[in-house]
Ligand binder design. Structure first.
Ligand code: G16
Length: 549
Protein backbone atom coordinates (compact mmCIF):
# COMPACT_ATOMS: atom_id res chain seq x y z
CA UNK A 1 0.00 0.00 0.00
CA UNK A 2 2.84 2.41 0.82
CA UNK A 3 4.45 1.81 -2.57
CA UNK A 4 1.14 2.34 -4.33
CA UNK A 5 0.38 5.48 -2.32
CA UNK A 6 3.66 6.97 -3.42
CA UNK A 7 2.72 6.65 -7.09
CA UNK A 8 -0.97 7.39 -6.64
CA UNK A 9 -0.36 10.36 -4.35
CA UNK A 10 1.68 12.00 -7.11
CA UNK A 11 -1.12 11.41 -9.61
CA UNK A 12 -3.64 13.08 -7.32
CA UNK A 13 -1.30 16.02 -6.75
CA UNK A 14 -0.99 16.55 -10.49
CA UNK A 15 -4.76 16.78 -10.83
CA UNK A 16 -5.42 18.57 -7.53
CA UNK A 17 -5.28 22.01 -9.12
CA UNK A 18 -8.68 21.32 -10.63
CA UNK A 19 -10.25 20.27 -7.33
CA UNK A 20 -8.82 22.45 -4.57
CA UNK A 21 -11.78 22.31 -2.25
CA UNK A 22 -11.97 18.57 -1.81
CA UNK A 23 -15.73 18.52 -1.56
CA UNK A 24 -17.04 15.38 0.19
CA UNK A 25 -19.59 14.02 -2.25
CA UNK A 26 -22.36 11.53 -1.64
CA UNK A 27 -22.94 8.42 -3.73
CA UNK A 28 -26.39 9.36 -5.06
CA UNK A 29 -29.14 7.63 -6.98
CA UNK A 30 -26.84 6.74 -9.86
CA UNK A 31 -23.27 7.19 -8.55
CA UNK A 32 -21.31 10.38 -7.86
CA UNK A 33 -22.34 13.50 -9.75
CA UNK A 34 -21.12 17.10 -9.51
CA UNK A 35 -19.80 19.99 -11.60
CA UNK A 36 -16.99 18.41 -13.64
CA UNK A 37 -14.15 20.43 -12.07
CA UNK A 38 -14.88 18.86 -8.66
CA UNK A 39 -14.49 15.32 -9.93
CA UNK A 40 -10.88 14.35 -10.70
CA UNK A 41 -10.14 12.88 -7.27
CA UNK A 42 -13.54 11.24 -7.03
CA UNK A 43 -13.11 9.54 -10.40
CA UNK A 44 -9.59 8.36 -9.57
CA UNK A 45 -10.61 6.88 -6.27
CA UNK A 46 -13.63 5.13 -7.80
CA UNK A 47 -11.27 3.74 -10.45
CA UNK A 48 -8.94 2.36 -7.75
CA UNK A 49 -11.94 0.89 -5.97
CA UNK A 50 -13.21 -0.92 -9.06
CA UNK A 51 -9.75 -2.37 -9.69
CA UNK A 52 -9.72 -3.66 -6.10
CA UNK A 53 -13.23 -5.02 -6.55
CA UNK A 54 -12.04 -6.95 -9.61
CA UNK A 55 -9.15 -8.43 -7.59
CA UNK A 56 -11.55 -9.39 -4.81
CA UNK A 57 -13.94 -10.97 -7.29
CA UNK A 58 -11.46 -13.53 -8.64
CA UNK A 59 -10.20 -11.10 -11.33
CA UNK A 60 -13.57 -10.97 -13.09
CA UNK A 61 -13.76 -7.63 -14.91
CA UNK A 62 -15.66 -4.72 -13.35
CA UNK A 63 -16.73 -1.45 -15.03
CA UNK A 64 -16.42 2.30 -14.70
CA UNK A 65 -18.46 4.79 -16.70
CA UNK A 66 -17.75 8.52 -16.84
CA UNK A 67 -21.11 10.21 -17.29
CA UNK A 68 -23.66 12.42 -15.59
CA UNK A 69 -26.46 11.01 -17.71
CA UNK A 70 -29.42 13.44 -17.79
CA UNK A 71 -27.59 16.26 -15.93
CA UNK A 72 -26.44 19.38 -17.78
CA UNK A 73 -23.24 19.31 -19.87
CA UNK A 74 -21.22 21.16 -17.19
CA UNK A 75 -21.73 18.30 -14.71
CA UNK A 76 -20.10 14.93 -14.86
CA UNK A 77 -20.09 11.80 -12.76
CA UNK A 78 -19.06 8.22 -12.33
CA UNK A 79 -21.11 5.03 -12.38
CA UNK A 80 -19.58 1.79 -11.10
CA UNK A 81 -20.45 -1.64 -12.45
CA UNK A 82 -20.18 -4.97 -10.63
CA UNK A 83 -18.79 -8.06 -12.36
CA UNK A 84 -22.41 -9.28 -12.75
CA UNK A 85 -23.06 -6.20 -14.90
CA UNK A 86 -25.43 -4.81 -12.27
CA UNK A 87 -24.93 -1.65 -10.26
CA UNK A 88 -22.40 -1.41 -7.43
CA UNK A 89 -23.21 -3.38 -4.28
CA UNK A 90 -24.62 -1.22 -1.46
CA UNK A 91 -21.79 -2.08 0.92
CA UNK A 92 -19.21 -0.89 -1.61
CA UNK A 93 -21.18 2.32 -2.15
CA UNK A 94 -20.57 3.10 1.51
CA UNK A 95 -16.87 2.26 1.01
CA UNK A 96 -16.72 4.52 -2.03
CA UNK A 97 -18.16 7.45 -0.06
CA UNK A 98 -15.68 6.90 2.77
CA UNK A 99 -12.73 6.62 0.40
CA UNK A 100 -13.72 9.74 -1.51
CA UNK A 101 -14.00 11.62 1.80
CA UNK A 102 -10.38 10.82 2.93
CA UNK A 103 -8.37 14.03 2.86
CA UNK A 104 -4.73 13.39 3.72
CA UNK A 105 -2.47 10.89 1.98
CA UNK A 106 -1.91 8.86 5.11
CA UNK A 107 -5.67 8.63 5.75
CA UNK A 108 -6.09 7.42 2.20
CA UNK A 109 -3.40 4.75 2.56
CA UNK A 110 -4.76 3.61 5.92
CA UNK A 111 -8.24 3.34 4.49
CA UNK A 112 -7.08 1.23 1.52
CA UNK A 113 -5.07 -1.01 3.84
CA UNK A 114 -8.12 -1.66 6.02
CA UNK A 115 -10.31 -2.32 2.96
CA UNK A 116 -7.81 -4.87 1.66
CA UNK A 117 -7.74 -6.62 5.03
CA UNK A 118 -11.46 -6.33 5.79
CA UNK A 119 -12.58 -7.51 2.36
CA UNK A 120 -9.77 -10.06 2.01
CA UNK A 121 -8.78 -8.59 -1.34
CA UNK A 122 -6.36 -10.82 -3.22
CA UNK A 123 -3.85 -8.15 -4.16
CA UNK A 124 -1.58 -10.83 -5.62
CA UNK A 125 -4.22 -11.04 -8.42
CA UNK A 126 -3.59 -7.41 -9.42
CA UNK A 127 -2.12 -8.34 -12.82
CA UNK A 128 -5.17 -10.44 -13.74
CA UNK A 129 -7.67 -7.81 -12.59
CA UNK A 130 -9.22 -5.50 -15.18
CA UNK A 131 -11.68 -2.63 -15.39
CA UNK A 132 -13.71 -1.86 -18.53
CA UNK A 133 -13.76 1.90 -18.94
CA UNK A 134 -16.24 3.94 -20.95
CA UNK A 135 -17.24 7.59 -21.19
CA UNK A 136 -19.96 9.79 -22.65
CA UNK A 137 -19.73 12.80 -24.99
CA UNK A 138 -19.28 15.53 -22.36
CA UNK A 139 -16.30 17.83 -22.95
CA UNK A 140 -14.87 16.89 -19.55
CA UNK A 141 -15.19 13.11 -20.08
CA UNK A 142 -11.96 12.22 -21.96
CA UNK A 143 -9.76 13.96 -19.34
CA UNK A 144 -11.57 12.27 -16.47
CA UNK A 145 -11.32 8.92 -18.27
CA UNK A 146 -7.58 9.47 -18.67
CA UNK A 147 -7.23 10.03 -14.91
CA UNK A 148 -9.26 6.87 -14.26
CA UNK A 149 -6.87 4.90 -16.50
CA UNK A 150 -3.83 6.11 -14.61
CA UNK A 151 -5.47 5.31 -11.26
CA UNK A 152 -6.38 1.75 -12.33
CA UNK A 153 -2.85 1.18 -13.59
CA UNK A 154 -1.43 2.52 -10.32
CA UNK A 155 -2.71 -0.60 -8.52
CA UNK A 156 -1.31 -2.85 -11.25
CA UNK A 157 -4.64 -3.74 -12.86
CA UNK A 158 -5.45 -3.55 -16.58
CA UNK A 159 -7.69 -1.00 -18.25
CA UNK A 160 -9.87 -2.06 -21.17
CA UNK A 161 -10.76 1.10 -23.07
CA UNK A 162 -14.24 0.93 -24.56
CA UNK A 163 -14.14 4.64 -25.44
CA UNK A 164 -17.41 6.39 -26.26
CA UNK A 165 -20.19 4.05 -25.16
CA UNK A 166 -23.64 4.32 -23.64
CA UNK A 167 -23.90 3.33 -19.97
CA UNK A 168 -25.95 0.19 -20.79
CA UNK A 169 -23.36 -0.80 -23.41
CA UNK A 170 -20.70 -0.81 -20.69
CA UNK A 171 -22.90 -2.84 -18.30
CA UNK A 172 -23.60 -5.32 -21.11
CA UNK A 173 -19.90 -5.69 -21.97
CA UNK A 174 -18.94 -6.32 -18.32
CA UNK A 175 -21.62 -8.99 -17.94
CA UNK A 176 -20.88 -10.64 -21.27
CA UNK A 177 -17.11 -10.67 -20.70
CA UNK A 178 -17.54 -12.46 -17.39
CA UNK A 179 -20.10 -14.95 -18.66
CA UNK A 180 -18.04 -15.83 -21.76
CA UNK A 181 -14.77 -16.19 -19.85
CA UNK A 182 -14.34 -19.66 -18.35
CA UNK A 183 -12.07 -20.37 -15.37
CA UNK A 184 -9.67 -22.46 -17.49
CA UNK A 185 -9.07 -19.66 -20.01
CA UNK A 186 -5.74 -17.85 -19.83
CA UNK A 187 -7.19 -14.42 -20.63
CA UNK A 188 -10.70 -12.94 -20.49
CA UNK A 189 -12.78 -12.89 -23.70
CA UNK A 190 -13.41 -9.17 -23.75
CA UNK A 191 -16.81 -8.09 -25.05
CA UNK A 192 -16.73 -4.76 -26.94
CA UNK A 193 -19.26 -2.26 -28.27
CA UNK A 194 -19.51 -4.09 -31.60
CA UNK A 195 -20.60 -7.29 -29.87
CA UNK A 196 -23.35 -5.38 -28.11
CA UNK A 197 -24.60 -3.83 -31.34
CA UNK A 198 -24.39 -7.20 -33.12
CA UNK A 199 -26.45 -8.93 -30.43
CA UNK A 200 -29.13 -6.25 -30.53
CA UNK A 201 -29.30 -6.19 -34.33
CA UNK A 202 -29.52 -9.97 -34.70
CA UNK A 203 -32.14 -10.61 -31.99
CA UNK A 204 -34.21 -7.61 -33.16
CA UNK A 205 -34.09 -8.84 -36.77
CA UNK A 206 -35.09 -12.39 -35.80
CA UNK A 207 -37.96 -11.22 -33.61
CA UNK A 208 -39.17 -8.81 -36.28
CA UNK A 209 -39.14 -11.61 -38.86
CA UNK A 210 -41.14 -13.87 -36.55
CA UNK A 211 -43.97 -11.34 -36.37
CA UNK A 212 -43.53 -9.53 -39.68
CA UNK A 213 -44.96 -11.63 -42.56
CA UNK A 214 -48.61 -11.09 -41.72
CA UNK A 215 -48.21 -7.51 -40.60
CA UNK A 216 -48.69 -4.18 -42.31
CA UNK A 217 -46.09 -1.52 -43.12
CA UNK A 218 -43.73 -0.46 -40.40
CA UNK A 219 -43.79 3.06 -38.93
CA UNK A 220 -40.65 5.15 -38.97
CA UNK A 221 -39.35 6.15 -35.54
CA UNK A 222 -37.55 9.47 -35.06
CA UNK A 223 -34.96 9.01 -32.32
CA UNK A 224 -33.92 12.08 -30.28
CA UNK A 225 -30.44 11.28 -28.92
CA UNK A 226 -30.24 14.34 -26.60
CA UNK A 227 -26.99 15.32 -28.41
CA UNK A 228 -25.35 12.48 -26.51
CA UNK A 229 -23.61 9.17 -26.92
CA UNK A 230 -26.85 7.37 -27.80
CA UNK A 231 -26.42 8.75 -31.34
CA UNK A 232 -23.10 6.91 -31.72
CA UNK A 233 -24.67 3.59 -30.69
CA UNK A 234 -27.83 4.17 -32.77
CA UNK A 235 -25.76 4.83 -35.92
CA UNK A 236 -23.76 1.64 -35.34
CA UNK A 237 -26.98 -0.30 -34.80
CA UNK A 238 -28.70 1.06 -37.92
CA UNK A 239 -25.63 0.13 -39.99
CA UNK A 240 -26.01 -3.50 -38.86
CA UNK A 241 -29.72 -3.85 -39.63
CA UNK A 242 -30.68 -5.79 -42.78
CA UNK A 243 -32.14 -4.01 -45.83
CA UNK A 244 -35.72 -4.77 -44.88
CA UNK A 245 -35.22 -2.74 -41.67
CA UNK A 246 -33.16 0.07 -43.20
CA UNK A 247 -34.79 3.41 -42.47
CA UNK A 248 -36.79 2.05 -39.50
CA UNK A 249 -35.03 4.60 -37.25
CA UNK A 250 -34.13 8.17 -38.13
CA UNK A 251 -31.65 9.60 -35.66
CA UNK A 252 -31.64 13.33 -34.78
CA UNK A 253 -30.02 15.51 -32.10
CA UNK A 254 -26.66 13.88 -32.76
CA UNK A 255 -23.64 14.34 -30.51
CA UNK A 256 -21.80 16.16 -33.31
CA UNK A 257 -24.57 18.64 -34.11
CA UNK A 258 -22.93 22.09 -33.66
CA UNK A 259 -26.29 23.71 -32.81
CA UNK A 260 -27.22 21.50 -29.91
CA UNK A 261 -26.17 21.18 -26.27
CA UNK A 262 -26.35 17.87 -24.40
CA UNK A 263 -29.74 17.39 -22.67
CA UNK A 264 -30.73 21.02 -23.32
CA UNK A 265 -34.36 21.25 -24.49
CA UNK A 266 -34.10 17.66 -25.65
CA UNK A 267 -33.74 14.12 -24.38
CA UNK A 268 -35.91 11.80 -22.29
CA UNK A 269 -35.82 13.84 -19.07
CA UNK A 270 -36.89 17.03 -20.87
CA UNK A 271 -39.67 15.38 -22.86
CA UNK A 272 -41.03 13.53 -19.82
CA UNK A 273 -40.87 16.40 -17.32
CA UNK A 274 -41.83 19.26 -19.65
CA UNK A 275 -44.27 17.20 -21.72
CA UNK A 276 -43.22 18.78 -24.96
CA UNK A 277 -41.38 17.81 -28.15
CA UNK A 278 -37.60 18.25 -28.12
CA UNK A 279 -35.96 20.95 -30.20
CA UNK A 280 -34.95 19.53 -33.56
CA UNK A 281 -37.92 17.18 -33.86
CA UNK A 282 -38.93 16.97 -37.54
CA UNK A 283 -42.36 18.31 -38.52
CA UNK A 284 -43.46 14.93 -39.85
CA UNK A 285 -42.51 13.10 -36.65
CA UNK A 286 -45.43 10.82 -35.80
CA UNK A 287 -43.53 8.43 -33.55
CA UNK A 288 -40.91 10.04 -31.31
CA UNK A 289 -38.39 8.16 -29.18
CA UNK A 290 -36.27 10.21 -26.77
CA UNK A 291 -33.10 8.89 -25.13
CA UNK A 292 -31.23 10.66 -22.33
CA UNK A 293 -27.57 11.75 -22.28
CA UNK A 294 -26.10 8.27 -21.71
CA UNK A 295 -29.01 6.38 -23.35
CA UNK A 296 -30.13 4.44 -20.30
CA UNK A 297 -33.60 5.99 -20.43
CA UNK A 298 -36.27 6.16 -23.10
CA UNK A 299 -39.68 7.74 -23.43
CA UNK A 300 -41.94 7.68 -26.50
CA UNK A 301 -44.46 10.25 -27.69
CA UNK A 302 -46.76 11.18 -30.55
CA UNK A 303 -48.94 14.17 -31.49
CA UNK A 304 -52.63 14.09 -30.64
CA UNK A 305 -54.13 14.52 -34.15
CA UNK A 306 -56.97 16.65 -32.79
CA UNK A 307 -55.21 19.31 -30.71
CA UNK A 308 -51.55 18.54 -31.67
CA UNK A 309 -50.69 18.12 -27.96
CA UNK A 310 -47.94 15.71 -26.99
CA UNK A 311 -49.15 12.27 -25.89
CA UNK A 312 -46.44 10.85 -23.65
CA UNK A 313 -45.73 7.12 -23.37
CA UNK A 314 -43.53 6.87 -20.30
CA UNK A 315 -42.15 4.02 -18.18
CA UNK A 316 -45.59 3.32 -16.69
CA UNK A 317 -47.01 2.81 -20.17
CA UNK A 318 -44.08 0.52 -21.02
CA UNK A 319 -44.79 -1.82 -18.10
CA UNK A 320 -48.51 -1.89 -18.81
CA UNK A 321 -47.86 -2.92 -22.43
CA UNK A 322 -45.09 -5.39 -21.58
CA UNK A 323 -46.85 -6.95 -18.59
CA UNK A 324 -49.87 -7.59 -20.86
CA UNK A 325 -47.63 -9.05 -23.51
CA UNK A 326 -45.49 -11.29 -21.31
CA UNK A 327 -48.51 -12.38 -19.31
CA UNK A 328 -50.03 -13.50 -22.66
CA UNK A 329 -46.87 -15.39 -23.67
CA UNK A 330 -46.72 -17.07 -20.26
CA UNK A 331 -50.37 -18.11 -20.58
CA UNK A 332 -49.54 -19.88 -23.87
CA UNK A 333 -46.51 -21.57 -22.32
CA UNK A 334 -48.52 -22.57 -19.25
CA UNK A 335 -51.19 -24.20 -21.45
CA UNK A 336 -48.50 -26.07 -23.37
CA UNK A 337 -46.91 -27.26 -20.13
CA UNK A 338 -50.30 -28.43 -18.78
CA UNK A 339 -51.04 -30.30 -22.03
CA UNK A 340 -47.65 -32.02 -21.96
CA UNK A 341 -47.89 -32.89 -18.26
CA UNK A 342 -45.22 -30.43 -17.11
CA UNK A 343 -46.02 -28.44 -14.01
CA UNK A 344 -44.33 -25.22 -13.12
CA UNK A 345 -45.48 -22.03 -11.47
CA UNK A 346 -44.37 -18.77 -13.00
CA UNK A 347 -44.28 -15.31 -11.52
CA UNK A 348 -44.05 -12.02 -13.37
CA UNK A 349 -43.09 -9.16 -11.10
CA UNK A 350 -43.48 -5.50 -11.93
CA UNK A 351 -41.44 -3.21 -9.71
CA UNK A 352 -42.49 0.41 -9.45
CA UNK A 353 -41.59 3.47 -7.40
CA UNK A 354 -43.51 6.21 -5.62
CA UNK A 355 -43.56 8.11 -8.93
CA UNK A 356 -45.56 5.37 -10.67
CA UNK A 357 -49.00 6.56 -11.60
CA UNK A 358 -51.82 5.13 -9.45
CA UNK A 359 -53.89 4.29 -12.56
CA UNK A 360 -51.08 2.13 -14.02
CA UNK A 361 -50.80 0.12 -10.82
CA UNK A 362 -54.56 -0.61 -10.80
CA UNK A 363 -54.47 -2.07 -14.31
CA UNK A 364 -51.32 -4.14 -13.61
CA UNK A 365 -52.88 -5.77 -10.58
CA UNK A 366 -55.64 -7.27 -12.73
CA UNK A 367 -53.27 -9.24 -15.00
CA UNK A 368 -52.67 -13.00 -14.77
CA UNK A 369 -49.32 -14.11 -13.33
CA UNK A 370 -48.46 -10.48 -12.44
CA UNK A 371 -47.52 -9.16 -9.01
CA UNK A 372 -46.67 -5.53 -8.29
CA UNK A 373 -43.80 -4.66 -5.93
CA UNK A 374 -42.44 -1.33 -4.70
CA UNK A 375 -38.89 -0.02 -4.43
CA UNK A 376 -37.08 3.23 -3.67
CA UNK A 377 -36.34 5.53 -6.58
CA UNK A 378 -33.13 4.41 -8.27
CA UNK A 379 -32.39 1.51 -10.55
CA UNK A 380 -30.13 -0.05 -7.93
CA UNK A 381 -33.16 -0.64 -5.69
CA UNK A 382 -35.55 -1.64 -8.45
CA UNK A 383 -33.30 -4.29 -9.98
CA UNK A 384 -32.82 -6.00 -6.60
CA UNK A 385 -36.59 -6.55 -6.36
CA UNK A 386 -36.99 -7.54 -10.01
CA UNK A 387 -34.35 -10.27 -9.68
CA UNK A 388 -36.70 -12.14 -7.31
CA UNK A 389 -39.10 -13.10 -10.13
CA UNK A 390 -39.03 -15.47 -13.14
CA UNK A 391 -39.73 -12.45 -15.27
CA UNK A 392 -38.96 -9.30 -13.33
CA UNK A 393 -39.65 -5.99 -14.99
CA UNK A 394 -38.91 -2.65 -13.46
CA UNK A 395 -39.55 0.78 -14.83
CA UNK A 396 -39.49 4.27 -13.48
CA UNK A 397 -41.91 6.67 -15.20
CA UNK A 398 -38.83 8.64 -16.34
CA UNK A 399 -38.13 5.78 -18.75
CA UNK A 400 -35.48 3.84 -16.89
CA UNK A 401 -36.13 0.10 -16.86
CA UNK A 402 -35.71 -3.36 -18.30
CA UNK A 403 -37.08 -6.91 -18.21
CA UNK A 404 -34.98 -9.54 -16.42
CA UNK A 405 -35.45 -13.25 -17.20
CA UNK A 406 -34.31 -15.71 -14.53
CA UNK A 407 -31.74 -18.35 -15.45
CA UNK A 408 -34.11 -21.09 -14.25
CA UNK A 409 -36.93 -19.84 -16.48
CA UNK A 410 -34.65 -19.71 -19.52
CA UNK A 411 -33.34 -23.20 -18.77
CA UNK A 412 -36.91 -24.51 -18.95
CA UNK A 413 -37.53 -22.93 -22.39
CA UNK A 414 -37.01 -24.99 -25.54
CA UNK A 415 -37.88 -24.07 -29.11
CA UNK A 416 -40.77 -26.59 -28.94
CA UNK A 417 -43.33 -23.79 -28.71
CA UNK A 418 -43.25 -20.45 -30.60
CA UNK A 419 -43.86 -18.51 -27.37
CA UNK A 420 -40.76 -20.12 -25.84
CA UNK A 421 -38.67 -19.32 -28.88
CA UNK A 422 -39.77 -15.69 -28.60
CA UNK A 423 -39.00 -15.55 -24.90
CA UNK A 424 -35.45 -16.78 -25.47
CA UNK A 425 -34.93 -14.18 -28.17
CA UNK A 426 -36.29 -11.45 -25.91
CA UNK A 427 -33.78 -12.42 -23.24
CA UNK A 428 -31.04 -11.68 -25.81
CA UNK A 429 -32.59 -8.43 -27.03
CA UNK A 430 -33.38 -6.91 -23.64
CA UNK A 431 -30.40 -5.77 -21.58
CA UNK A 432 -30.08 -8.24 -18.68
CA UNK A 433 -27.70 -6.01 -16.75
CA UNK A 434 -29.40 -2.60 -16.57
CA UNK A 435 -32.12 -0.38 -18.07
CA UNK A 436 -31.17 0.36 -21.68
CA UNK A 437 -32.97 3.01 -23.75
CA UNK A 438 -31.90 1.56 -27.11
CA UNK A 439 -32.68 -2.09 -26.28
CA UNK A 440 -36.01 -0.95 -24.82
CA UNK A 441 -36.83 0.92 -28.01
CA UNK A 442 -36.27 -2.24 -30.06
CA UNK A 443 -38.26 -4.33 -27.58
CA UNK A 444 -41.25 -1.99 -27.75
CA UNK A 445 -41.13 -1.91 -31.56
CA UNK A 446 -41.26 -5.71 -31.76
CA UNK A 447 -44.06 -5.98 -29.20
CA UNK A 448 -46.14 -3.33 -30.98
CA UNK A 449 -45.63 -5.14 -34.25
CA UNK A 450 -46.34 -8.58 -32.82
CA UNK A 451 -49.54 -7.44 -31.11
CA UNK A 452 -50.55 -5.04 -33.90
CA UNK A 453 -51.17 -2.38 -31.27
CA UNK A 454 -50.69 1.18 -32.57
CA UNK A 455 -49.46 4.06 -30.43
CA UNK A 456 -53.02 5.42 -30.12
CA UNK A 457 -54.44 2.07 -28.92
CA UNK A 458 -51.59 1.74 -26.47
CA UNK A 459 -52.16 5.27 -25.16
CA UNK A 460 -55.83 4.36 -24.65
CA UNK A 461 -55.03 1.28 -22.50
CA UNK A 462 -55.52 3.41 -19.38
CA UNK A 463 -55.84 7.05 -18.43
CA UNK A 464 -53.07 8.23 -16.12
CA UNK A 465 -54.07 10.43 -13.21
CA UNK A 466 -52.93 13.98 -13.92
CA UNK A 467 -49.55 14.58 -12.31
CA UNK A 468 -46.87 17.23 -11.95
CA UNK A 469 -43.13 17.07 -11.21
CA UNK A 470 -41.42 20.18 -9.78
CA UNK A 471 -37.95 20.89 -8.48
CA UNK A 472 -37.14 23.27 -5.61
CA UNK A 473 -33.69 24.76 -4.97
CA UNK A 474 -32.93 24.79 -1.25
CA UNK A 475 -29.90 25.52 0.92
CA UNK A 476 -29.36 21.89 1.89
CA UNK A 477 -31.40 19.21 0.15
CA UNK A 478 -30.05 16.60 2.60
CA UNK A 479 -32.03 18.27 5.39
CA UNK A 480 -34.92 16.21 4.01
CA UNK A 481 -35.15 12.56 5.08
CA UNK A 482 -37.86 10.20 3.92
CA UNK A 483 -39.33 6.76 4.65
CA UNK A 484 -41.94 4.42 3.12
CA UNK A 485 -40.21 4.30 -0.31
CA UNK A 486 -39.85 8.10 -0.26
CA UNK A 487 -43.58 8.59 0.18
CA UNK A 488 -43.29 10.29 3.58
CA UNK A 489 -40.94 12.88 5.02
CA UNK A 490 -39.48 12.18 8.47
CA UNK A 491 -37.33 15.33 8.62
CA UNK A 492 -37.89 18.27 8.96
CA UNK A 493 -40.63 17.01 11.25
CA UNK A 494 -43.05 19.85 10.46
CA UNK A 495 -42.95 19.29 6.70
CA UNK A 496 -45.04 16.10 6.35
CA UNK A 497 -48.08 17.51 8.25
CA UNK A 498 -48.04 20.46 5.80
CA UNK A 499 -47.88 18.05 2.84
CA UNK A 500 -50.78 16.04 4.30
CA UNK A 501 -52.89 19.17 4.78
CA UNK A 502 -52.27 20.24 1.20
CA UNK A 503 -53.16 16.77 -0.16
CA UNK A 504 -56.41 16.70 1.84
CA UNK A 505 -57.71 19.69 -0.15
CA UNK A 506 -57.62 17.83 -3.49
CA UNK A 507 -59.86 14.90 -4.49
CA UNK A 508 -57.68 11.86 -5.34
CA UNK A 509 -54.64 13.86 -4.23
CA UNK A 510 -51.32 12.12 -3.69
CA UNK A 511 -47.97 13.82 -3.30
CA UNK A 512 -44.50 13.44 -1.87
CA UNK A 513 -41.20 15.20 -1.51
CA UNK A 514 -37.66 13.76 -1.75
CA UNK A 515 -34.13 15.07 -2.20
CA UNK A 516 -32.73 14.29 -5.66
CA UNK A 517 -29.81 11.90 -5.66
CA UNK A 518 -28.39 13.28 -8.90
CA UNK A 519 -28.95 17.05 -8.78
CA UNK A 520 -28.73 19.69 -6.09
CA UNK A 521 -32.54 20.06 -5.80
CA UNK A 522 -35.55 18.72 -3.96
CA UNK A 523 -38.15 16.95 -6.10
CA UNK A 524 -41.90 17.37 -5.61
CA UNK A 525 -44.43 14.99 -7.17
CA UNK A 526 -48.19 15.55 -7.08
CA UNK A 527 -51.16 13.63 -8.51
CA UNK A 528 -54.76 14.86 -8.49
CA UNK A 529 -58.08 14.54 -10.37
CA UNK A 530 -57.28 17.33 -12.86
CA UNK A 531 -54.14 18.85 -14.39
CA UNK A 532 -54.87 22.21 -12.74
CA UNK A 533 -55.20 20.55 -9.33
CA UNK A 534 -52.01 18.50 -9.80
CA UNK A 535 -50.16 21.72 -10.71
CA UNK A 536 -51.48 23.72 -7.79
CA UNK A 537 -50.93 20.86 -5.31
CA UNK A 538 -47.31 20.61 -6.48
CA UNK A 539 -46.88 24.41 -6.21
CA UNK A 540 -48.36 24.46 -2.74
CA UNK A 541 -46.04 21.71 -1.53
CA UNK A 542 -43.03 23.34 -3.20
CA UNK A 543 -43.77 26.49 -1.17
CA UNK A 544 -43.76 24.41 2.06
CA UNK A 545 -40.44 22.84 1.05
CA UNK A 546 -39.00 26.32 0.49
CA UNK A 547 -40.25 27.43 3.89
CA UNK A 548 -38.96 24.44 5.90
CA UNK A 549 -35.60 23.74 4.24
C1 G16 B 1 -30.61 8.17 -12.34
C2 G16 B 1 -31.07 6.86 -11.74
C3 G16 B 1 -32.57 6.73 -11.87
C4 G16 B 1 -33.26 7.93 -11.24
C5 G16 B 1 -32.69 9.24 -11.82
C6 G16 B 1 -33.19 10.46 -11.10
O1 G16 B 1 -30.90 8.17 -13.71
O2 G16 B 1 -30.41 5.80 -12.38
O3 G16 B 1 -32.97 5.53 -11.26
O4 G16 B 1 -34.62 7.90 -11.45
O5 G16 B 1 -31.28 9.23 -11.71
O6 G16 B 1 -32.80 10.38 -9.74
P1 G16 B 1 -33.07 11.54 -8.71
O7 G16 B 1 -34.54 11.78 -8.73
O8 G16 B 1 -32.59 10.99 -7.41
O9 G16 B 1 -32.32 12.76 -9.17
P2 G16 B 1 -29.87 8.77 -14.79
O10 G16 B 1 -30.52 8.50 -16.09
O11 G16 B 1 -29.71 10.23 -14.47
O12 G16 B 1 -28.62 8.00 -14.55
Amino acid sequence: VDEWMHVYGELEKQSAGIDEHHVALRYGTGGFRAPAHLLPRVVMRCAVLMALRSMQDGARVTGLMITASHNPECDNGVKMVESSGHMLDGRWEVSAEAFVACREEHACAKWVQSLIEGERIQVYRARDAAVLLGFDTRRSSPDLAFLAERAIESVGAKVVRLGLVTTPQLHFCVRRTNTSTKPWMAAPVICRSDDYVGELASSFTQLTRLSAPARGPRVQVHVDCAHGVGAVAMRALCAKLPDELAGAFVVFNHESDPHGVLNERCGADYVQKQRCFPDGAPQNCSHLASLDGDADRLVLAFKDPQNMDLCLLDGDFFVVLLAHYFSGLMKEIDLYWSATGQRRSIGIGVVQTAYSNGAAKEILMKLDFVQVAMAHTGVKYLEKEALKFDIGMYWEPNGHGTVLFSESLLASMSDAHPAMERLRLYSRLVNQAVGDGIADLLLIQVVLQDTQIGLHDWYAMYTPRPSKNLVVKVKDKNAIETCDFDRRVTRPERLQPCVDQAIAKYPNGRAFVRPSGTEDVVRVYAEAHSWESANSLAEEIAAHVGAWC
